[in-house]
Design a protein. Structure first.
Length: 116
């Protein structure tokens, strides 16, 4: 069973930045397209960004984060990243990583809180 451990969240003022990390305990990490998802209070979990298995090509982003967030990965370290800039209060959520279609067990996530 794949274990996913997200980290890097915290409290930040609007306009600030955070970098999230996701460590995956799977040796074949480099074979999977990966994604970031988030769940805001009282809402369903939603897609944020995804990246191909190699990191090549054009990542996909939700319209709400396009131009502000950047997804990347390090297949040597089995780690997925999300650089978040120009954060807004509406970005407040618990952030999760998973295989691109969310087919693995979910980790605990990391809380991101953006104050206005």
């Amino acid at each position: 069973q794949v274990q996913l451990v997200e980290s890097g969240g915290g409290l930040v003022q609007a306009g600030g930045s955070l970098r999230l990390s996701c460590a995956a305990s799977i040796r074949t990490f480099s074979m999977y397209a990966m994604g970031w998802f988030r769940r805001a209070p009282g809402k369903e979990r939603e897609f944020v960004a995804s990246i191909s298995s190699t990191g090549g090509g054009t990542p996909a982003y939700a319209d709400s984060v396009k131009g502000r967030f950047t997804i990347s990965r390090d297949n040597v370290k089995n780690t997925l990243y999300l650089q978040m800039n120009s954060l807004k209060p509406e970005d407040t959520a618990v952030y999760y990583c998973n295989e691109r279609l969310g087919r693995w067990s979910w980790g605990q996530g990391t809380q991101v809180t953006v104050s206005s």
